[in-house]
Design a protein around this ligand. Structure first.
Ligand code: NAD
Length: 432
């Protein structure tokens, strides 16, 4: 099929590459000239495991193209995915400027029947607005659909190639058939393509992220309670996770959720409800708990080293909001680093891939290391913020030798507290 993705960010680029991988002709459009030039040179501007090779392969085969020329790309395509950002406004509501301006341009470029699909996460009613705007610009027949994306950064290709489900919101059964055909190669293992009305589809995406954020905040609260009561959060996690009604995934406590989706989507659904005169009480507190949790590691450092951290050096492992991505949007590391630096501490940081992105946030205020061990020398403590695999089984003797004092703050509970204590470390985890 002839497809175009308008917006070549995490979602547009990954999904575009995956559609091409399954034999479709895909054009990825972006209004960021630098990004497109970079792609045309064959170098994706984001880090995502497996993406470089997939882009290279499909460009070579001529199935994947990149352009800033929206008009021509629309003319050549039958299915048009809107994959631009929907960042938060100051008040938490989703900023639809990009989505709606793209809709207008699509309408102006329309030459033949098209299906315009909102893949960006958008509030209920947005796909309908997209339809109205396009209709203002053209008499050419078209349909709209909603197809929210559920990929996770860090495992985006795997998630898109083998989704748990594909969600499609339509009001025309022919469009449902077209979308089923497009997605058929991705669900050969029998995973469902859920066809529903457009509004339910738009809301399901928000509800899904809101539920996951709720699980995280719930477990973070349980961890903090365990610490106060002398109970063990990892035993509690296993205990509740073995109940099939609860299930074992997404129950790991940590330093709060970040990234480009959970924080903004939780705020946006709260705002959507508010606009209808309804208060989402649980989600308000999910958000409050998360703000508190992002500070928890810094609080533990302060409790151990005092309120004045002048002269103290902290080595931080992990900067991205989660492993296997370089995405720094709303990363807990930002809150932790800023808080410690404000109290006078010096921060040395290492991350396998996010250092360039981190430099855009902290500039030269943080010292960056090329390797994990290199930043430990003379540091007062090691602070684990992101659970990259390479941090899981480190050489603890070496860590102990290099640190000024053998103190570890483990924001992801990747180490065994009693084992570390036996080795002579002072250990602080989430819930410990
Ligand atoms: P992103 O910021 O990485 O990418 C958006 C891209 O759109 C940018 O490259 C930007 O230059 C481009 N753009 C903006 N205005 C444009 C215009 N007028 N014309 C052409 N291009 C334009 O964002 P993202 O992370 O890919 O997210 C996109 C949407 O998908 C959001 O609604 C997000 O909530 C949703 N989503 C994201 C993820 C994720 O993991 N990142 C997962 C599921 C859903």
């Amino acid at each position: 099929m002839k497809i175009c993705m308008v917006g070549t960010g995490y979602v547009g680029l990954v999904t575009g590459a995956c559609f091409a991988e399954n034999g479709n002709d895909v054009i990825c459009i972006d209004n960021n000239k630098k990004k497109i030039e970079q792609m045309q040179r064959g170098k994706p501007p984001i880090y995502e495991p497996g993406l470089d090779e997939m882009v290279k392969r499909n460009r070579r085969e001529g199935r994947l193209k990149f352009t800033t020329n929206l008009k021509d790309a629309i003319k050549e395509s039958v299915i048009i995915f809107i994959t631009v950002g929907t960042p938060p406004h100051e008040d938490g509501s989703a900023d639809l400027t990009h989505v709606l301006s793209v809709a207008r341009k699509i309408g102006q470029a329309m030459n033949d029947y098209k299906v315009v699909v909102t893949k960006s996460t958008v509030p209920v009613g947005t796909t309908e607005k997209v339809r109205e705007i396009i209709r203002q610009e053209t008499d050419v027949p078209f349909d709209v659909a909603s197809n929210p994306e559920f990929l996770k950064e860090g495992a985006a290709i795997e998630d898109f190639m083998r989704p748990d489900r594909v969600l499609v919101g339509v009001d025309n059964p022919n469009v449902a058939e077209l979308m089923k055909e497009l997605y058929a190669p991705f669900v050969r293992t029998g995973k469902p393509i859920l066809i529903m009305d457009i509004r339910s589809s738009e809301l399901t995406k928000y509800a899904s992220n809101a539920m996951l954020a709720t699980r995280i905040s719930f477990m973070n609260e349980m961890a903090n309670l365990c610490e106060k009561l002398g109970a063990d959060i990892s035993l509690l996690r296993k205990g509740i996770g073995s109940d099939p009604r609860i299930g074992p995934s997404f129950l790991f406590p940590g330093v709060g959720y970040g990234g480009s989706c959970f924080p903004k989507d939780v705020r946006a659904i709260i705002k959507t409800a508010e606009e209808k005169g309804y208060e989402l009480l649980i989600l308000r507190d999910v958000e409050r708990v998360n703000q508190r949790q992002k500070n928890i590691l810094a609080e533990k450092v302060i409790k151990r080293f005092g309120k004045t951290l002048k002269g103290k050096i902290f080595a931080l492992w992990g900067l991205s909001f989660k492993p296997n991505t370089d995405d720094m949007r709303e990363a807990p590391s930002i809150v932790i680093i800023n808080r410690l630096m404000k109290l006078g501490a010096k921060i040395k940081a290492y991350d396998p891939v996010a250092i360039n992105e981190a430099k855009k946030v902290f500039g030269g205020k943080v010292v960056y290391g090329k390797r994990g061990y290199e930043i430990l020398k003379g540091a007062d403590a090691l602070v684990i913020v992101t659970e990259w695999n390479e941090f899981r089984e480190p050489d603890f003797d070496k860590i102990k030798r290099l640190l000024k004092t053998p103190v570890i703050f483990d924001g992801r509970n990747i180490y065994n507290p009693s084992k570390l204590k036996e080795m002579g470390f002072e250990y602080y985890g989430i819930g410990y």
